[in-house]
Design a binder for this molecule. Structure first.
Ligand code: 5GP
Ligand code: ZN
Length: 119
């Protein structure tokens, strides 16, 4: 997708602070962080939303979630098999959720009390 910023990032045309890189998944720090850990986890292949990706390639969606968990562990957010201190994964989908980049990305947020429900 020529005008997609995240496809351009995968292609190396836009710089990224990469924290995790596998054959099919890339994770990098958000340019406008909302928590001390704010990482975006994406499939390298372009899909518009998490739901569309899960329908098209459920195994790849699983790889994206597993990569997010690996980054959370790297960031000190996963203690053993428990959830302490924990983290949040968010997949904004469509205008009501404020999705601005139409290449699926999971926001991995952690390092502060995240509150619930979100605003
Ligand atoms: P959305 O609102 O679509 O769920 O989130 C898009 C996210 O992408 C935002 O948190 C925004 O800060 C981040 N973002 C947009 N462009 C770039 C970029 O060029 N580099 C990085 N690292 N993050 C970006
Ligand atoms: Zn894309």
């Amino acid at each position: 997708m020529p005008d997609c910023p995240f496809c351009r990032m995968v292609a190396g045309e836009i710089p990224a602070d990469v924290v995790h890189d596998t054959e099919r998944v890339l994770a990098f720090r958000d340019i406008n962080p909302q928590a001390s850990t704010h990482v975006l986890v994406i499939p390298k292949e372009h899909h518009p939303t998490a739901g569309a990706l899960a329908e098209a390639d459920p195994a790849l969606m699983g790889e994206v979630v597993a990569a997010a968990h690996a980054v959370a562990r790297q960031e000190g957010l996963v203690a053993g098999d428990g959830a302490e201190p924990g983290y949040r994964l968010v997949a904004n989908t469509g205008p009501a959720a404020g999705q601005t980049v139409h290449h699926v990305h999971l926001h991995l947020l952690g390092g502060r009390d995240l509150g619930w429900p979100p605003g």
